[in-house]
Design a protein around this ligand. Sequence first.
Ligand code: ZN
Length: 186
Amino acid sequence: MTDRGVNYWGEDRMSISNQQIVAYWVEHEVDLRLDWSTAHERCWRCGYRSSLEQHLVVPASMGGSRTTDNVVLLCGRCVSESPSHLDPQYLWRWLRATSMSSTDTYWTLRGWEEFEVIFGRKPLECFKEAAVDHRSLNAECRALAADEFAKTVVRFGEGRLNPSTIACVIADIEKKLADRHGIKLP
Ligand SMILES: [Zn+2]
């Protein structure tokens, strides 16, 4: 069931529920590694539970319509990274290539990769040589994370921190751990 609504620009547009969009694509067997039972509330790309946009595969400005066959559910951050192209095959190809099967790890991994780009080495690498127990190191990282995230801010409309900001958080955590354990960072 769809019902017609008028948005605040006065345009007439169809209103579709996230469940309807999921039901459509489950039937059309798109080859995505996502758990369809939670696909109405988790981003189809990063897998995070997030405020989701009903994103048009073919943009409205290029004639794409707000119908189930032209809508996917993405968080704001993934929308900003998605291809905006007349040919829908590119968005699907991008989704298949970059979507995560596990949930709630995508942006941390991207932050990890961004750290390597910015600092030219893997984070926490120097702790490998040091005699620090890895399980306690993980616990220390988690304990420090809350304070470090307080130094950052999620930009309006993005829904969560971007990879370069996460890389900064990792850098600050690493710095504190290095001081604590007397390890010299490169
Ligand atoms: Zn996402």
